[in-house]
Every structure is written in structure tokens, then in C-alpha cells.
Ligand binder design. Sequence first.
Ligand SMILES: N[C@@H](CCC(=O)N[C@@H](CS)C(=O)NCC(=O)O)C(=O)O
Length: 233
Amino acid sequence: MTRIKVTILLEELLEAGHAAEYDAWHIDIGKGEQFSTGFVAINPNSKIPALMDHSATPPQRVFESASIMLYLAEKFGGAFIPQAPADRTEMFNWLFWQMGSAPFVGGGFGHFYAYAPVKIEYAINRYAMETKRQLDVLNRHLADRDWMAGPSYSLADIAIFSWYGNMVLGRAYNAAEFLDVESYTHVLAWARRIDARPAVIRGRMVNRTWGEPWEQLKERHSAADFASVPKRP
Ligand SMILES: N[C@@H](CCC(=O)N[C@@H](CS)C(=O)NCC(=O)O)C(=O)O
């Protein structure tokens, strides 16, 4: 779910009128393409997403999703970063909260609940408890505000939506009932608001090669590529 942080942001930048045209190449992590020499030159940690900015002189590599988000936002005049210093700091707080917290969800809960070849009750419970604790942190924070930080939608909303929004919308690990995601009502309302944004709908499709045909665009090289995605029946 990390990759969509960047494609959603790029689509939001385009939607807001910035010249953020991009090529999204598909890296098949199931086939180990992240370990190829060309990819490692861009991200020595062999993880997606990674960005090569060929419009910079010399071309600039960027890896780690929050670093990519900040790089793009700053390149386009501080888009999706609140201006007031206190809001900006609060936005960074939540952006880096997401970076530190989500591995407990993906590498912890998701791994032991959905993917591990042996089901270890202790590990599942340990990480389910932590995942629910994090959802509760978000739910309390969103109880009396529309966005994670500052007066409007920001990088923090995009980053947190990509993991926790998808989770409460029932798109992660087939675990919606197990985690009782619908009880996090403020997170759910916030996630539904974000999920309806046209840039989010497009950004979620990019580089996706599973699910329904109308959810997938394997590679995106121009805005016109979305026309090849079949309409949802
Ligand atoms: N901290 C990294 C995490 C990136 C990450 O874990 N990417 C996963 C996919 S969501 C990946 O590339 N996995 C391939 C592998 O571990 O070999 C970021 O935010 O960019």
C-alpha cells in the first residue's frame, strides 16, 4: 500500500494544475525485480516506491515514500504542506508517525495474520492489538477535525489513508471483521472522504495488477492511459 502514496500525490498535483507529468513503471516485487541492478541504483534498500527525477540536473534519485512525498511537494511550491509553522510541524508529526507505525501493521499484523505459513496465535494477537491501538489513536485524533493536520488535506492524509484508510475500508488482509474496523467511525468517515477524490481513485489504480479490471492500470505514462481502464459495471 506504500506505492499509492506517491501515485495519489502525483495525481493530486496534476489535478491541482502542477506540471507533474510522470511515468509509473511496474516493478514486480513477486519476481524480485526490486533486486535488479538498475533498481538498486535508485533504491539501495530494494523496496518500492522509488523515484528518478530526470527533470533535475543531474537526475535525482529519491527513495523512502515520505522522502519522495516531501521531494515532490517541495518541487511544486510546498503543495499539500500546510504553511503555518505549527500546522507544518503537526503535519510532519503525522507523516513520520505513519512511517514508524505502518510496519507493525504490514510486517507485523498482515504478515502473521494473512501470509505466515504457520499461524502463531501469540504473534497474531500481539500485532492485532497494536494495529487496533493505532486505529484508536487515529480515531481520537479525527474525532473533532476533518484532516490529520492543518486546515486542509495534506501529505499526512495521503500517507495515512494509504494504509489505515484502506484498512478501515475493508481492503486489507480480509481482516475487517477481525479488527472490527467499522468501530473506528471517525477514521471511516475521513477515509470515505479521501477515497472519493478523483486523484485518489486514479492514484490507487496505477501499477496495480490485481483485483477487478476497473481497479488496475499496470503502467502509466500519460493521463490518457486511464482511458484504457474499463468502466466499473
Ligand atoms: N519504508 C519504505 C517501505 C517500502 C516497502 O516496504 N515496500 C514494499 C512494498 S509495500 C516492498 O518493496 N517490498 C519488497 C521486498 O520487501 O522485497 C517506504 O516507505 O518507502
